[in-house]
Design a protein around this ligand. Structure first.
Ligand code: 5MM
Length: 325
């Protein structure tokens, strides 16, 4: 676990989230007119991962179950990545379900997790990821929802480490809503405090655990756009109040920001971070993939142009990860 944790976000590197579940990839492909089948998913991931030079900027890639069973020539996707010096990981939550008949949606998948990890270990996967989605409104998130959702997330981390996987806990505060930056910061702080209490009570080893989380932002329906400096201050304030120093690293998701917004905000966070105890990096999905997916459009002849777009964005995001944009 130690070696995986050190390599995942080594200097200049971050993690590509390519773990869109079938429903999410259907949506993403649908939005740009690409037919969504297991073979188009395979070809798309092949386009991204065969891009020359990605190993200079990626320490790890997160896959969805479908992809780790697919092949790229003679090898599975995880085997191919290992050959490129990139660590393969897997999203292991099984999506969301209604919580106690309310509008809040809780993450599921704990009951079957231990058995699934045995197989993933044999496939050469080294780290795991579990996402919880948290909406902000005047009444949400509710305390019982947060308690149960973070309890499950902590159980995921405990079971992952028992099976020698480095867990990434991902409490995503959704951008949807009309909330202010201040309220987002308060909720982010509260969510992380609950999460780390649960992790501590299960004796999860924080030195072999990553936090993947949202930046502190105003809701997309608030009519307000926050400048990178404000986002960076608000995000670092929330993290300093809630994340223990032992945590191996913090990686940000892009959460529906444009690629430029996510990248510029990351750059500012790193510039302002001072002597925080954790490594800070990226684990974007949309902000890394959006432009390349559009360029590819499901056509083989577009692969070189799409790869060029992808590596350009990745290189820039890697600079932002070092605060050097
Ligand atoms: C790629 O999307 C991941 C899986 O989401 P679903 O379970 O909804 O299919 C997701 O966890 C992703 O890793 C994060 O949301 C980060 O992605 P963004 O686009 O926010 O950077």
């Amino acid at each position: 676990m130690k070696e995986t944790a050190q390599k995942l976000i080594a200097f200049g590197k971050g993690i590509l989230a390519a773990d869109e579940s079938t429903r999410t990839i259907d949506e993403r492909f649908g939005a740009v007119g690409i037919p969504s089948t297991p073979e188009t998913h395979r070809k798309y991931r092949q386009m991204l991962l065969t891009t020359p030079g990605i190993e200079n900027f990626l320490g790890g890639v997160i896959f969805f179950d479908e992809t780790v069973r697919q092949r790229l020539g003679d090898e599975t996707f995880p085997e191919y990545l290992v050959g490129r010096g990139i660590i393969p990981g897997i999203k292991v939550d099984e999506g969301l379900e209604p919580f106690n008949g309310t509008e809040e949606k809780i993450t599921r998948g704990i009951e079957t997790l231990n058995d699934r990890l045995k197989e993933y270990g044999q496939m050469g996967l080294k780290f795991t990821k579990w996402r919880a989605a948290i909406s902000i409104s005047d009444i949400f998130p509710s305390d019982p929802f947060l308690a149960e959702n973070m309890e499950r997330m902590a159980a995921f981390a405990e079971i992952s480490q028992q099976n020698n996987f480095v867990p990434i806990v991902e409490p995503e505060i959704l951008l949807k809503g009309t909330h202010t930056t201040t309220r987002c910061g308060e909720i982010e702080t509260k969510v992380l405090q609950v999460l780390f209490e649960k992790l501590k009570s299960k004796n999860v080893d924080l030195e072999n655990l990553f936090l993947k989380t949202s930046m502190v932002l105003p809701g997309e329906g608030s009519g307000v756009k926050a400048e990178p400096l404000e986002v960076a201050h608000a995000t670092l304030r929330a993290l300093k109040k809630s994340v223990p120093p032992e945590v191996a690293g913090i990686v940000f998701l892009s959460g529906g920001q444009t690629p430029d917004e996510a990248m510029n905000n990351l750059n500012e966070i790193v510039k302002l971070k001072g002597d925080v105890p954790w490594e800070i990096s990226f684990s974007f999905a949309r902000a890394l993939q959006e432009e390349a997916m559009r360029e590819w459009a499901g056509k083989d002849e577009n692969v070189p142009a799409a790869q060029e777009t992808f590596i350009k964005r990745l290189e820039e995001v890697s600079k932002a990860r070092n605060g050097k944009l």
